[in-house]
Design a protein around this ligand. Structure first.
Ligand SMILES: NC(=O)c1ccc[n+]([C@@H]2O[C@H](COP(=O)([O-])OP(=O)(O)OC[C@H]3O[C@@H](n4cnc5c(N)ncnc54)[C@H](O)[C@@H]3O)[C@@H](O)[C@H]2O)c1
Length: 369
């Protein structure tokens, strides 16, 4: 299939593009490079030996998006462009809602105009209300921050559109838990620079000696060791889930499907610290601080539906997650080399323009190490 991947130069995006190529599909990336980088796509090209076309602009720009749909004949869309950081969505809720919702509107319009019948969208386990048992896809929803609410709104819009659309439209919603880890080659990973974002990034910062200890928020939760529990899933498994969902859409006997994507296991903060120390041989000192307001004590998802219907399951556990993350962060303490990121006219810039990165430009994406 010829697949448009929005946000394809980002963390989940680059891993998904890689696996689409490996599965014999033809991904085409559109990304505004607000976070992604062409270095990620250059590395996908290095790993696969295949050229991946990249268009640098805002998916919310419907004129440019329509030109792209007009020029290409897509069979499917994988929609990953959006805000990923919950804390940023609290600080800048309008940016979050605008990006996540507007990109969904423009995509759905173009898909309707150009008869593109398949869509896979990354949503989040953050849509669920917190509970002790792993949430299945029918569990109550009650997101606690703008990012979770934006994902839920996107899901609701998709339900309404599918209900009113041509029955040939097929939509897959992937409610992903906490995505971590990096490609085992050490070439692809989350583009993490500066202040740690996420627990594993913070743990690795301590292991690198960039901070002298880890802050653990709360050790008095009703969990196995008192620290909060989350479901950590390897990014390579998440990418595989996107490909599996795309390939399953035509066979599923309903127009819209929702699948949880996670490890199916809850891991506590202290367990993750222990797994990291065991995997890397580094010591991670920590201190315990009071709970943070709004932090649920546990988030975990039941992944049986994805196993039954997609034949998908997470293959990598926390040990492999820690090994792969450490390899990536140790080699790339400031993320990808950013000299490769093209000048773009993202939101707030002067107009929008289409840039198709030709192979020669992509190959100039900077040193790999
Ligand atoms: N990483 C996780 O733990 C996780 C968990 C659940 C859900 N998700 C969701 O998956 C999606 C991808 O997450 P990620 O971790 O790869 O994030 P990311 O920030 O690494 O990637 C998002 C990509 O989208 C691009 N982008 C943002 N706005 C755009 C726009 N308007 N037009 C074009 N490109 C745009 C960014 O430049 C970036 O390359 C997000 O919607 C996120 O909320 C992520």
């Amino acid at each position: 299939m010829r697949v448009l991947v929005t946000g394809g130069a980002g963390y989940v995006g680059a891993h998904t593009v890689l696996q689409l190529v490996e599965a014999g599909h033809e991904p085409v990336v559109v990304d505004d490079f607000s976070r992604g980088t062409t270095a990620a796509i250059a590395r996908v090209e290095e790993l696969t030996g295949r050229h991946v076309p990249v268009h640098a602009y805002d998916v919310a720009d419907i004129d440019m998006l329509e030109r792209l749909f007009d020029a290409e004949r897509f069979d499917a869309v994988v929609h990953l462009a959006g805000v990923k950081a919950a804390h940023a969505s609290v600080a800048r809720p309008l940016d979050c809602y605008e990006t996540n919702l507007t990109t969904t509107f423009t995509l759905l319009r173009c898909m309707a105009w150009y008869d593109v019948p398949r869509l896979v969208v990354s949503s989040s386990a953050a849509v669920y209300a917190s509970g002790d048992a792993p949430s299945d896809e029918d569990a109550p929803v009650a997101p606690v921050d703008p990012l979770g609410r934006a994902h839920l709104m996107t899901e609701q819009i998709l339900h309404d559109v599918v209900a009113a659309a041509d029955p040939s439209l097929r939509v897959g919603i992937l409610r992903c838990s906490t995505v971590v880890g990096a490609h085992p080659s050490g070439l692809l990973g989350d583009d993490l620079a500066g202040t740690p974002r996420g627990l594993l990034h913070a743990i690795a910062h301590v292991a690198q000696g960039r901070r002298d200890h880890l802050d653990v928020f709360g050790d008095d939760y009703p969990t196995r060791d008192g620290s909060a529990e989350r479901d950590y899933v390897h990014v390579t498994d998440v990418a595989a889930a996107h490909v599996a969902a795309l390939e399953a859409l035509d066979a599923v006997d309903r127009p819209l499907s929702t699948w949880n994507i996670g490890s199916g296991r809850a891991t506590s903060v202290l367990q993750l610290v222990g797994a990291f120390e065991a995997a890397t041989g580094r010591t991670v000192p920590y201190r315990v601080l009071p709970r943070r307001p709004g932090d649920p004590h546990v988030i975990s998802v039941d992944v049986s539906r994805a196993a039954d219907e997609l034949g998908w399951g997470a293959r990598r556990g926390v040990g492999e997650i820690c090994t792969d993350h450490w390899r990536w962060q140790h080699r790339h303490p400031e993320g990808y080399p950013h000299s490769a990121t093209p000048e773009t006219s993202w939101r707030g810039g002067v107009g929008h323009r289409l840039r198709l990165l030709q192979p020669a430009q992509s190959a100039q994406a900077g040193p790999l190490w």
